[in-house]
Design a protein around this ligand. Structure first.
Ligand code: ASP
Length: 582
């Protein structure tokens, strides 16, 4: 071994011991007759000291060592005269009597300290250096801990981890597949799994009634902030369960993680909210419950007074920004600009202020009497000192814009605290989602999700009204997991494929293996998958999942470290019977 101890280990009690440490030079300082080096490894930092008076040759040698050199140093543990209370090893230092350079380093392209001077792209390019920094290291350690505690909990609940293949048949699940050309079968392709969905269902048919896997999933989706083409799921499936059973087991898992990793306990059961309630009250299927500010339907209250924007709108909705009646015109203009951004899409913003002094003032005073404006206070519970912000238009898009406005106000008012966690289950999702461009229905979750028994009769006649046995686990406005009770009946699965526009032949061609399995005794089953990356980034208080992934792609889906995707050689292409169209 190149070391007797790690750089995070030694304390005052070790005084007098002769030790050898190995690690990277974080920093070195020459002060008068002394040279100090901070030696870093995964476990921490320990100060090394060299003294000109006692060993000038060694001290001179130490002065030549640069940042990020890998060295091994032997010496005696000594109490520091100048203690550093911020470091666990801050009471001691090593009086070095021997050093060995294990590896030299070029000057690193950015400082490898908790606060680095390197920009995002540069640090991505030298990810192995960035990973030496404290914040990323702590995130990876946290990730390990969470994966470990996940397995620990699920193991205690009789789940077994089963690996499923990475080269699979292309089966549409919602997103676009990444495909892998086959050399042996020219012109044929494997796909990378969007999730192990069909395999975990087949494992239920096979009798492994509690399955889990921490598994990579691949989706070739359009670039969006904080998406990765490959990401990790905690993927699970159970047999002989109803929705309630799945929710209970996985609420247990989330509780276990919060308790074991963060020391946080939730006293109340996670609230349940139906999809339609979430959409009406929050304009989102993943409401952030860290603060109230629910959306109020003002359509009935404000229509019919001659203000054409409102009179012609399908829907009028408002939120109450408590204590914001004194907002300046500038602040209101700023909010108007916000809602008019193309990604929010509102045409304008109407406000009503309820002054502390009882005055009522709005941007539509021309059309509404004080009594009429006061009526909105009744509907919304706004009081003196509050501000109502109102949007109007087509219902779905207005609710969506109100959601964005609500989240923005939550941020501005400091209500979305990172150390507060508000979990909930969103249930009763619609089974289908209408795609206007393609004029067809898509499965909102995936094609294997079962309809509610009482709604199954409308599969053919009125697909839009069919609700699914599908659920999402949401915390602080982030969808952390989602799942469903599955179809386990061949005939129902066939009806589902038909409703999704598959012909019998197409369904057989793509999903024949699953339909076939259902002919041999399929137990009722259901499951869920959690996004591990998102879960860890929430626990870490990070805004981006990139910060909790060792080697992520950048926002343009590139690996800038290895420079990939990249060309392959003509010989490789030929072997795969592929010609590139220029
Ligand atoms: N396979 C689903 C997904 O990736 C999760 C599930 O239904 O269990 O979203």
């Amino acid at each position: 071994m190149y070391r007797t101890h790690t750089c995070g280990e030694l304390r005052l009690g070790d005084q007098g011991k002769t030790v050898t440490l190995s690690g990277w030079i974080q920093r070195s300082r020459d002060l008068g007759g002394m040279t100090f080096i901070d030696l870093r490894d995964r476990y921490g930092i320990t100060q090394l000291v060299f003294n000109m008076d006692t060993d000038a040759a060694l001290c001179n040698e130490a002065r030549k060592l640069g940042r990020e050199f890998v060295i091994s140093a032997t010496g005696m543990v000594n109490e520091r005269s100048n203690k550093n209370t911020k470091m666990p090893t801050g009471d001691i230092e090593i009086r070095v009597n021997k050093i060995q350079v294990l590896s030299v380093s070029q000057t690193p392209p950015f400082t490898i300290e908790d606060e680095s001077d390197g920009g995002d792209e540069l640090r991505m390019k030298y990810r192995y250096l960035d990973l030496r920094r404290g914040p990323l290291k702590n995130n990876l350690l946290l990730r390990h801990r969470m994966a470990f505690e996940t397995r620990n909990y699920l193991n205690s609940q009789q789940f077994i981890e089963v690996e499923t293949p990475v080269l699979i048949k292309s089966t549409p699940e919602g997103a676009r597949d990444f495909v892998v050309p086959s050399r042996i079968y020219p012109g044929q392709f494997y796909a990378l799994p969007q999730s192990p969905q069909t395999f975990k269902q087949l494992l239920m048919v096979a009798g492994y009634d509690r399955y889990m896997q921490i598994v990579k999933c691949f989706r070739d989706e359009d670039l969006r902030a904080d998406r990765q083409p490959e990401f990790t799921q905690i993927d699970c499936e159970m047999s002989y369960v109803h929705q309630e059973d799945v929710l209970n087991v996985f609420e247990g898992m989330i509780r276990h993680l919060f308790k074991a990793v963060k020391g946080i306990e939730f006293n109340e059961p996670f609230p349940r909210m139906t999809y339609s309630e979430a959409m009406e009250k929050y304009g989102s299927d993943k409401p952030d419950l860290r603060f109230g500010m629910q959306i109020n339907d003002l359509t009935g209250t404000l229509q019919g007074k001659g203000f054409s924007v409102f009179d012609t709108a399908e829907y009028i909705g408002g939120i109450v920004a408590a204590g914001c009646a004194e907002y300046t015109l500038r602040q209101l203009d700023d909010l108007t600009d916000f809602v008019k951004k193309p990604q929010i899409g509102a045409k304008g913003l109407i406000y009503i202020r309820f002054g502390i002094d009882g005055s009522i003032k709005s941007s539509v005073d021309k059309f509404y009497s004080t009594e009429e404006l006061l009526r909105t206070a009744g509907v919304t519970d706004a009081g003196k000192g509050d501000l109502i912000l109102i949007l109007a238009g087509e219902k779905a898009s207005t609710l969506k814009a109100l959601n964005s406005l609500r989240l923005e106000m939550g941020n501005r008012l400091g209500l979305s605290r990172k150390d507060s966690f508000k979990p909930l289950w969103v249930v009763d999702f619609p089974l289908f989602e209408w795609n206007e461009a393609e004029k067809r229905y898509y499965a909102m979750h995936h094609p294997f999700t079962s309809p509610k028994t009482e709604d199954a009769q409308y599969l053919e006649s009125d697909p839009a009204r069919v609700r699914a046995n599908a659920y999402d686990c949401v915390i602080n406005g982030v969808e952390l997991g989602g799942g469903s009770i599955r179809i386990h009946d061949e005939q129902l699965q066939k009806r589902m494929f038909r409703a999704l526009g598959f012909t019998e032949t197409e369904a057989e061609h793509q999903f024949g293996f699953l339909l076939g399995a259902f002919r041999y005794g399929a137990p009722p089953h259901g499951g869920i998958a959690f996004g591990l990356d998102r879960l860890v980034s929430m626990f870490a208080g990070e805004d981006s999942i990139r910060d909790v992934i060792a080697f992520p792609k950048n926002n343009a889906a590139r690996d800038v470290m290895a420079d990939c995707p990249s060309d392959i050689s003509d010989a490789q292409l030929k072997e795969l019977s592929i010609r590139i169209q220029k």
